[in-house]
Design a protein around this ligand. Structure first.
Ligand code: FES
Length: 157
């Protein structure tokens, strides 16, 4: 029978604790990493929560069914946003970046469509894709009416 060495047992026990602590830490790190990826796949519910609202004018400045391009500086850089007064349907705000490769779209009043100059993507006044390569609608932005003022914020989707 082997005789136990208390000093060696203490070192061995220390190593085991250290090893299990390392494995535990690795598990926690993997869990946090997984949650990070999970959050990415689920997509943020609202980027707007992280950005501030910005006033862009009185409601009278925005004629019905005529998108008006404004500049949003809430995220620290100038971002083009179309503010659209849909009359009885209220206001919406659309990011002016095409969802294909991010070119700036232009509103053409004659055809009542947003046109992307890069590859010909077409969207309707609500940002729905009508034709071309864009894979999804124009991104919605937060829009809020406070009194007579129109406020816009970050991307919602
Ligand atoms: S970038 Fe708009 S259609 Fe390609």
């Amino acid at each position: 029978m082997e005789k136990s060495n208390p000093k060696q047992d203490a070192v061995s026990l220390g190593r085991r604790k250290l090893l299990s602590l390392g494995i535990g830490t690795l598990g926690v790190a993997m869990g946090i990493s997984y949650l990070g990826l999970f959050g990415k796949f689920m997509g943020p519910k609202s980027v707007a929560a992280a950005t501030k609202l910005q006033g862009v004018g009185n409601v009278g400045k925005f004629p019905v069914n005529t998108p008006t391009l404004v500049s949003y500086k809430g995220a620290g850089t100038d971002e083009g946003v179309y503010v659209i007064n849909l009359g009885s349907e209220g206001f919406i705000a659309l990011d002016f970046h095409c969802t294909h490769l991010e070119c700036a779209v232009n509103w053409v009043q004659a055809t009542k469509q947003f046109i992307c100059p890069c590859h010909g993507g077409l969207y309707d006044i609500k940002g729905t894709v009508l034709s071309g390569p864009p894979p999804k609608p124009l991104h919605r932005r937060l829009v809020k009416i406070e009194g007579d003022n129109v406020l816009i914020g970050g991307r919602l989707v």
